[in-house]
Design a binder for this molecule. Structure first.
Ligand code: DAH
Length: 451
C-alpha cells in the first residue's frame, strides 16, 4: 500500500517503491449534497477551495484538520514535542544565552503542491506526488504530507536554525500504527563557512568547490558543489545533534545505528534506527540539504542539514500506547492518564488500557471494476470509504484474499475488517449497518461489484 517517505512514518517511497497507477473513481466524481446540488467547493479551516479532478480530501479527514494534537494539553504527542523542544533549547544557545532554534508549531497544514513537492526538488512526475498516497484539496493545494514542506520558506524568511512541528496527512492502510494524520517535527540548521570551521586553523578550507575542479562532481559522499571537508563536518554535527536528542529521550544507554538512504531533498541522506525493547525502530530521516533549496531560499552562501522526526510513534513507544487511534480519543480516561507527565522522563507513565472492548470482524468481497488485474482500483481508496463510514471504529483493514477468475479474467478481492471501539462495547447490529453502508458506498464510489 501507500508508502510515502521514510519508513519511520510510512515506508521510504524513494527506495524501490512500486509504481501503481490509479484512476481514482471515488474521488474524481463531483460530490453532491443532500439536495442533489453539486458541491463544487470544499471547506477547510474556514476557507473555501474549489474542487477539481484532484480533490480527494474526504469529510472525515477535513474534520480532523484543526484538532492539533501537538498543541492539545496533556496529549502525548504534545508532551513529546515539548521534550524535544526543551532539549534543543537548553542544549543550543546563542551568544546572548537565548535559544538558538526558533520553533514553529502553529503553521496550518494546508500547503501548495509547490511547497510540499517542488520546493523540495521532487520532480513533477515523481511517484511521491501520487493521488493514491496524498490528500489533495485540489490541483494546487493539499494537506501537507510532511513538515519538510516548510523548509525553503523559513530559510527565505531568514531563519538559520529552526524546528517546525505539525500535523501531516497521508493516505494509507488502516491498522494500529497507521492513521491518516500523524505528527512530525522538522529540524534545520544552516552554517556559514566561518561558523562551520570556527575551530579550524586552516583558513583556506571552504564550503564550496571551485567550479570545474575535479572535486566538483556528485559522488556517494557529497553534492557536486560542496567540499568533502564541509560535508563531513556537517554530517558529524547533524549526527551528534540527533544522537544527543535520542539519548535524552530514551536514556544514555540507548543503542542506535545509522543507515544510508535516499531523499530527493538531501544528499547524502541518513536514517536513524533506535533499539527499543530489543527491536530496531526507524526513528528519523535526515541529510545534507540539497544546495538548490538553500539557493532558492536566498541562502546560497551557507550549507545546511535537516531531519524529520515522527512524533506519534515515539509517544506510542515511550508511554506504551498500543493503538494510534487513542491519541484522537475524546474519552477523558485517556488524557487524564498523562496529566502528571512533564518534560522530565522521571514523570513517565505507562498507559493503562481502560479495559479492552471486544472486536467485531466482518469480511467484504467484491469484483474489481476493470478487466484483468484491477488496475484503476487501489486499497487506499477503499480505506477512505471505510473510514468515512465507520471512522475510528475501524481498527484494521486487511487484504485477505485476491484471485483472478480464469474464465472471465476478473479480479476478486476480499478485505477483512476489524471493528473495535476504544471506549465502549459495540453491538453486532450497529456494525452490520455500518458494514452494509461500506458495501453500498464502495459499489457507488469505486465501481466494484459486491459478491
Ligand atoms: N520528510 C521526510 C519524511 O516525511 C523525512 C525527512 C527526511 C525530513 C530527510 C528531512 C530530511 O528533513 O532531511 O519521511
Amino acid at each position: 500500500m501507500g508508502k510515502w517517505l521514510s519508513r519511520i512514518h510510512r515506508g521510504n517511497l524513494f527506495v524501490g517503491r512500486r509504481l501503481l497507477c490509479s484512476a481514482d473513481g471515488s474521488q474524481t466524481k463531483a460530490r453532491t449534497d443532500e439536495d442533489g446540488v453539486a458541491a463544487a467547493a470544499i471547506q477547510i479551516l474556514g476557507k473555501t477551495y474549489p474542487r477539481d479532478a484532484m480533490t480527494n480530501v474526504t469529510p472525515t479527514i477535513a474534520e480532523l484538520v484543526g484538532r492539533n494534537l501537538h498543541l492539545a494539553p496533556h496529549n502525548p504527542v504534545n508532551i513529546i514535542k515539548q521534550r524535544v523542544v526543551h532539549h534543543i533549547h537548553k542544549t543550543y544557545t546563542n551568544r546572548t544565552g537565548n535559544a538558538l532554534y526558533a520553533h514553529f508549531d502553529n503553521v496550518p497544514p494546508v500547503v501548495s503542491t509547490e511547497q510540499n513537492f517542488s520546493s523540495l526538488l521532487i520532480s513533477p512526475n515523481h511517484p511521491a506526488r501520487s493521488k493514491k498516497d496524498n490528500y489533495y484539496i485540489n490541483n494546487e493545494v493539499m494537506l501537507r504530507a510532511h513538515t519538510s514542506a516548510h523548509q525553503r520558506d523559513f530559510i527565505q524568511m531568514g531563519f538559520d536554525h529552526f524546528l517546525v512541528t505539525g500535523d501531516v496527512y497521508r493516505r494509507d492502510e488502516i491498522d494500529r500504527s497507521h492513521y491518516p494524520v500523524f505528527h512530525q517535527m522538522e529540524g534545520v540548521r544552516l552554517f556559514t563557512r566561518d561558523k562551520l570551521f570556527e575551530n579550524c586553523s586552516d583558513k583556506t578550507v571552504g564550503l564550496f568547490e571551485e567550479e570545474g575542479s575535479d572535486m566538483a562532481t556528485e559522488s556517494r559522499d557529497k553534492q557536486a558543489m560542496h567540499t568533502l571537508e564541509a560535508v563531513k563536518m556537517m554530517e558529524l554535527n547533524l549526527k551528534e545533534t540527533v544522537v544527543k536528542l535520542v539519548k535524552d529521550l530514551f536514556g544514555r544507554e540507548t543503542e542506535y545505528r545509522w543507515n544510508p538512504c535516499y531523499f530527493p531533498f538531501t544528499h547524502p541522506s541518513f536514517e536513524l534506527e533506535v533499539k527499543f525493547k530489543g527491536e530496531w525502530m526507524e526513528m528519523l530521516g535526515s541529510g545534507i540539504m540539497r544546495q538548490d533549496i538553500l539557493v532558492n531560499g536566498g541562502a546560497h552562501d551557507k550549507i545546511g542539514w535537516a531531519f524529520g522526526l515522527g512524533l506519534d510513534r515515539l509517544a506510542m513507544l515511550l508511554f506504551d500506547i498500543p493503538d494510534i487511534r487513542l491519541f484522537w480519543s475524546k474519552d477523558a480516561r485517556f488524557i487524564t492518564q498523562f496529566e502528571s507527565v512533564g518534560i522530565d522522563p522521571s514523570t513517565d507513565v505507562s498507559f493503562r488500557p481502560y479495559s479492552k472492548y471486544p472486536p467485531c470482524y466482518k469480511d467484504v468481497s467484491f469484483w474489481l471494476p476493470s478487466q484483468g488485474d484491477g488496475e484503476g482500483f487501489n486499497g487506499n481508496d477503499f480505506c477512505d470509504v471505510v473510514r468515512s463510514v465507520a471512522g475510528d471504529l475501524v481498527e484494521r483493514v486487511e487484504e485477505k484474499d485476491r484471485f483472478c477468475h480464469p474464465q472471465t479474467d476478473r479480479t476478486s478481492l476480499c478485505y477483512h475488517i476489524t471493528y473495535r471501539s476504544m471506549d465502549r462495547t459495540i453491538t453486532n447490529r450497529e456494525i452490520n449497518t455500518l458494514h452494509n453502508t461500506i458495501k453500498a458506498l464502495s459499489a457507488e464510489k469505486l465501481g466494484v461489484e459486491i459478491r
